[in-house]
Design a protein around this ligand. Structure first.
Ligand SMILES: *Cc1c(COP(=O)(O)O)cnc(C)c1O
Length: 393
């Protein structure tokens, strides 16, 4: 039997092509355009008769290496790298949908994607209906004749609701729809949606793929037929990834599995500790056996990821006090960094929602989210302890 190359080997090696300089690492091709040996060669490459690089909005070797490596890790036929996670979802929608078609989306998705769907795609006649990610019947009821795309992020942010990717893929295909999964929180190191039947994976490479807070980027991964359309849109519209950023993300992919396991171990340790703390109400983390979808998460993920949230019994005042009492954690809504971050969703990431919408989404005033980094777990706990103790007074 042929030995299939393992994830770790692909993470380090996939897509690399050495130049004549015999470099050990991946070169950064900092060039906007490429030259031809003759007018005839230029004509042949432009006409598509011969393959070759023309212009870095179309192709760039460093970006291509990143695309091949991420495609290998997700188990997809092809990857198209983009300037950001947002341009990944935008390119995906504009390439795969026509005006008048319809999206069914989880209501618990990244905030800017909701704005993209509601304020921008709607102007071109693409409407979106929202459902709870784990309510399979609601997904089915929301599908209508023009529906072409189901969109989900799992586990959700910040409340860690889990969608059943295999069941959603079946539902999508029964209705001639594509299932698109935002795999930013798990990355292919923990979850491979394409293996479970999803058609397209999108990424914000800005988060765990970089993993060290240095660059903005994104990617779309899937089958050749769909990716050719996404690529066609991208090479014309232009939200391409820079070669410098592609190089950073390549380095990120090489340590992705190790980092995701370390983030997950720290987050699980912190979740268990918080769950026992008298100042804390509910802890939202799929790794806890008390999580209502723990078994589903354990089935479709290799570990539970680095993000958790919890309700502080003292409400907004106590949660702001906790956040302000930290000295080690960074107060920022970003995530996917080696440095732990702490945020108050109700007044930041979810601040634009009306109080009613927040309540129906389960975002309470006492909710605190931590994207657990790679510091020592004991130091993270020690940083939180005084603020939690103060919340009890
Ligand atoms: C950050 C994020 C995005 C958007 O990515 P950008 O790189 O910021 O454009 C999309 N989805 C999720 C889940 C994210 O966390």
């Amino acid at each position: 039997m042929e030995q299939r190359t393992g994830f770790d080997t692909l993470a380090v090696r996939a897509g690399q092509q050495r130049t004549n300089e015999r470099e050990q690492g991946e070169p950064i091709f900092a060039t906007s355009s490429y030259v031809f040996r003759s007018a005839a060669e230029a004509a042949a490459v432009f006409s598509g008769e011969c393959s070759g690089n023309i212009y870095s909005r179309f192709t760039n070797p460093t970006v291509r290496t990143f695309e091949q490596r991420l495609a290998a890790l997700e188990g997809g036929e092809r990857c198209v790298a983009t300037a950001s996670g947002m341009s990944a979802i935008l390119s995906c929608c504009l390439a795969l949908l026509d005006g008048g078609e319809h999206i069914v989306s989880s209501r618990a998705i990244f905030g800017s994607i909701t704005v993209l769907f509601n304020d921008h795609l709607r102007r071109f006649g693409i409407e979106t209906s929202y459902v709870a990610p784990s309510d399979l019947d609601a997904w089915e009821r929301a599908i209508r004749p023009g529906t072409r795309l189901l969109f989900v992020e799992t586990p959700s942010n910040p409340l860690a609701e889990v969608a059943d990717i295999g069941a959603l893929a079946e539902l999508a295909h029964a209705h001639d729809c594509l299932l698109v999964v935002d795999n930013c929180f798990c990355t292919p190191a923990l979850q491979r949606p394409l293996d479970m039947g999803a058609d397209v994976v999108i990424h914000s490479a800005t988060k765990y793929i970089d993993g060290q807070g240095r660059a903005i980027g994104g990617a779309v991964v899937g089958r050749d037929a769909q990716m050719e359309k996404v690529y066609g849109f991208l090479r014309t519209a232009g939200p391409c990834m820079s070669p410098f950023n592609a190089w950073i993300f390549l380095k990120g992919l090489e340590t992705l599995r190790l980092r995701m396991e370390a983030h997950s171990a720290n987050a699980l340790g912190l979740a268990r500790w918080l769950e026992q703390h008298p100042a804390v109400g509910r802890v939202y983390y799929t790794g806890l056996p008390t999580h209502p979808q723990h078994e589903l998460a354990a089935r479709q993920q290799r570990a539970f990821g680095g993000v958790l949230a919890f309700d502080l019994i003292g409400g907004k005042e106590a949660s702001w006090r906790l956040i302000d009492s930290t000295r080690l954690l960074s107060i920022t809504a970003n995530l996917g960094d080696t440095k732990s971050t702490i945020t108050h969703p109700a007044t930041t990431t979810h601040g634009r929602l009306t109080p009613e919408m927040r309540a129906s989404a389960g975002i309470g005033d006492g909710l605190v989210r931590i994207a657990v980094g790679l510091e020592d777990l004991d130091d993270i706990k020690a940083d939180l302890e005084p603020g939690l103790a103060a919340a009890l007074k």
